[in-house]
Design a binder for this molecule. Structure first.
Ligand code: 5GP
Length: 176
C-alpha cells in the first residue's frame, strides 16, 4: 500500500512560483498569438493556475498522451489518446506539462507539434527531474527542479489518485 510522505513543495510556494512564471510568459509573448497546450491529465491543475497569471489574450487546447498506466516507470512508448482540437499553424505554442522525467514524452510531443507548422514552440513544465533525463529536451520555463523521487499532488497522480492535493508530496511505497 502506498502512502503520502512529506510535503516537498507547499501550496504557498507553488502559488508564488506560478505567479512569477505567468509574469515571465506575459512579458515574452507580447504581441504574439499564444496557444497554450495542456498535456492531460497531469498538466491540468498547473495550466489552470498558470493561465490566470498570463495577462494576454490566449487560446487553450488540450492533448492527452499515454503515460505510465498504473506503474511508476516510463515505458518510453508515447501514444496520442486525444489530439488538438484547433489548427496551430502560424501560432506561438506553449506546451504545458506537469513534469519532465526521462524527457521521452516531451521529446515526442515537441516533434509532433512542430510537424503542425506553428510559428514557435516552447515548453513550460511545473516540475523537472534533470537527473533522470534520457533524451535531450529543451525546457524554457521550469517551476521547480526536484530530486529523483516519485511525487504526487498538484495534478500528478499515482494510479489516478492524489491529483487534487494542493501541494506536492513524495509518495512512499514498498514496491516503487
Ligand atoms: P517522461 O516521458 O519525461 O519520462 O515522463 C513524463 C510523464 O511521466 C509525466 O508527464 C508524468 O505523467 C509521469 N511522471 C514522471 N515522473 C513522475 C512523478 O514523479 N510522479 C508522477 N505522478 N508522475 C510522473
Amino acid at each position: 500500500m502506498e502512502q503520502i510522505g512529506k510535503i516537498l513543495i507547499d501550496e504557498e510556494k507553488i502559488m508564488k512560483r506560478v505567479a512569477e512564471m505567468g509574469t515571465e510568459i506575459t512579458r515574452d509573448y507580447q504581441g504574439k498569438e499564444l496557444v497554450v497546450i495542456c498535456i492531460l491529465r497531469g498538466g491540468v491543475i498547473f495550466m489552470s493556475d498558470l493561465v490566470k497569471q498570463i495577462k494576454l489574450p490566449l487560446y487553450m487546447d488540450f492533448m492527452a498522451v499515454s503515460s505510465y498506466g498504473m506503474s511508476t516507470k516510463s515505458s518510453g512508448i508515447v501514444r496520442i489518446l486525444k489530439d488538438l482540437n484547433e489548427d496551430i499553424e502560424g501560432k506561438d505554442v506553449l506546451i504545458v506539462e506537469d513534469i519532465v522525467d526521462t524527457g521521452l514524452t516531451l521529446h515526442y510531443l515537441v516533434d509532433y507539434i512542430k510537424s503542425r507548422n506553428p510559428r514557435s514552440v516552447k515548453v513550460c513544465c511545473f516540475l523537472d527531474k534533470p537527473s533522470r533525463r534520457k533524451v535531450d529536451v529543451e525546457v524554457d520555463y521550469v517551476g521547480f527542479e526536484i530530486p529523483d523521487k516519485f511525487v504526487v499532488g498538484y495534478g500528478l497522480d499515482y494510479a489516478q489518485k492524489y491529483r487534487n492535493l494542493p501541494y506536492v508530496s513524495v509518495l512512499e511505497e514498498e514496491d516503487l
